[in-house]
Design a binder for this molecule. Structure first.
Ligand code: ADP
Length: 475
């Protein structure tokens, strides 16, 4: 762990093992932190806060730029750590490292634009000055599916705003976090400003984060269930919170869309990270007039996909993170086929000799999916594309919005009016129109409803780490 500028063991001096999900092999063991370790890290962050929050935006930006440069010089090493620990194909890991590095540079620049305002008053003898100041110590919890970019997406705006941070990574991917904190250390970031607590048991640390009076804000990316629990506790203690949670993204292919182009997009975005993304399309709503053409193109491309170790040439489907993830996906597929869905391709765990020790599931396309099936409502987080046929373009917006989630949505249409109608009518935070990657360090990312609160990225992302203060001055 990295606490107060020092690499250390946990107070109990125990460790937990980290495994390669493609081979089942142990990779390494890391410190198994406790609530006391988290408390020590929070204290260190609290001690560093007066100095860090008063340093200039230019100074804070310089540290982030250093970290950005080191990250890019280590791109290949970081990508290899990610593929070994998380499983995604090495090309996808390289893309993630680049995306992750973008946050450091973008927020280094944004640090210098935390502008206040001077407002006119209704009184002639009064002026208002509006300041934005860092909230204080931030506690961050990150997931395993994007184990590097979810760290920089929180650390970069927090540090740019003048906050100090304690981060707890997911238990499946602490090695990526350790590599990132080595970079923060080498970038010269002063002691206590960034702290890392690894653990095999997140509960006591979540409890410490949500109850310790020195923590001003919680930022969490993970499941809706854990997010709601943390939000409840943070709320009871009046801590600020931002949450990026689950999703159930619709992928709408309208009657006027090119079904082949849409199916190509679908095959790329659905199977990215083996479907383990909160913005992964979960429901393909395809107009009846182009349904067959869409399904044919998609299934042809999916049937050719190759599963295996992310280091092997030609592999585009990595493992799922663990056996529980396989079981959840398989239960959804079994339920759907039992209720009449058509298994177009895939539909089973892969157990060939080279895959048997990992957690691989065949990339799967299910046709004729209907509302009575689990997969119609539940987030999948796996390589399954469920396709739903619809008949009337006037109905599809309501079908897409019929979910408790509201993170990402995708629409394929060549009709500008329909595109605008969808953009305005969809109750989702991130919408791709003929676009399968509507994300960037410069753009706000986040959801509505059960998909969370707050935004990360863009100028909105830094506001999550700032208080707004009003000064009324008589002159
Ligand atoms: P997933 O099911 O995708 O693993 P989780 O929400 O369980 O999603 O995990 C996301 C992050 O939340 C991980 O870092 C995990 O350790 C953390 N987490 C899980 N349970 C808790 C908890 N009770 N308190 C704090 N963090 C938690």
């Amino acid at each position: 762990m990295y606490i107060d500028g020092t690499w250390c063991a946990s107070e109990t001096n125990t460790t937990f093992d980290v495994f390669n999900p493609a081979s089942g092999e142990k990779i390494n063991a890391v410190a198994d932190g406790t609530a006391n370790d988290a408390r020590r890290a929070i204290d260190a962050a609290g001690d560093a806060f007066p100095m860090w929050s008063k340093s200039t935006a230019y100074a804070r930006a310089a540290f982030l730029i250093n970290a950005h440069k080191i990250m890019l010089s280590r791109k290949e090493e970081l990508a290899k750590t990610m593929t070994t620990e998380q499983g995604k194909p090495i090309k996808a890991a390289r893309n993630e490292v680049q995306y992750a590095a973008d946050f450091l540079l973008w927020y280094a620049e944004e640090a210098k634009r935390i502008n206040g305002e001077v407002l006119p008053s209704a009184r002639a003898d009064q002026r208002f000055i509006i300041l934005h100041q860092p909230v204080g110590v931030v506690a961050a919890v990150t997931p395993w599916n994007y184990p590097i970019s979810m760290i920089t997406r929180k650390v970069a705006p927090a540090l740019a705003a003048g906050c100090c941070i304690v981060l707890k990574p997911a238990e499946a991917t602490p090695l990526c976090a350790i590599e990132m904190f080595k970079i923060f250390e080498e970038a010269g970031i002063p002691k206590g400003v960034v702290n890392l607590v690894t653990t095999s048991d997140p509960k006591p640390i979540g409890e410490e984060f949500t109850t310790n009076p020195a923590v001003a804000k919680i930022t969490f990316t993970g499941s809706t269930a854990v997010g709601k629990m943390l939000a409840g506790k943070a709320g009871a203690n009046m801590k600020r919170i931002s949450l990026e949670l689950g999703g159930h993204a619709p992928f709408i292919v309208c009657t006027d869309a090119d079904p082949v182009h849409a199916a190509k997009g679908a095959s790329l975005v659905k199977f990215l990270n083996t479907g383990q993304a909160c913005i992964s399309p979960n429901r393909f709503l395809v107009h009846a007039s182009i349904y067959d053409a869409f399904v044919d193109t998609l299934s042809e491309r999916v049937a050719k996909m190759q599963a295996g170790s992310g280091f092997d040439d030609g592999v585009n489907i990595g493992p799922l993170i663990n056996q529980a993830a396989i079981d959840k996906v398989d239960a959804q597929v079994t339920d759907a086929t039992a209720k009449g869905a058509k298994l177009v391709t895939g539909g089973a765990q892969l157990t060939a000799a080279n895959l048997a020790n990992g957690h691989f599931y065949a990339p799967t396309v299910l046709g004729d999916v209907t509302p009575d099936m689990l997969i119609y409502r539940e987030e999948t987080f796996g390589p399954v594309a469920p396709i739903i046929k619809y008949h009337d373009d006037d109905d599809v917006l309501a079908m897409a919005n019929d979910t408790n989630y509201g993170l990402a949505a995708y629409v394929y249409t060549q009709n500008l009016s329909r595109a605008m109608h969808m953009l305005e009518g969809l109750r989702f935070g991130i919408i791709g129109i003929n676009d399968i990657n509507p994300t960037s360090a410069a753009a706000p990312f986040g959801g509505m409803k059960d998909s969370g609160l707050g935004r990360e990225g863009g100028k909105q992302g830094i506001m999550e780490y700032l208080e707004t203060k009003t000064g009324g001055i008589s002159i």
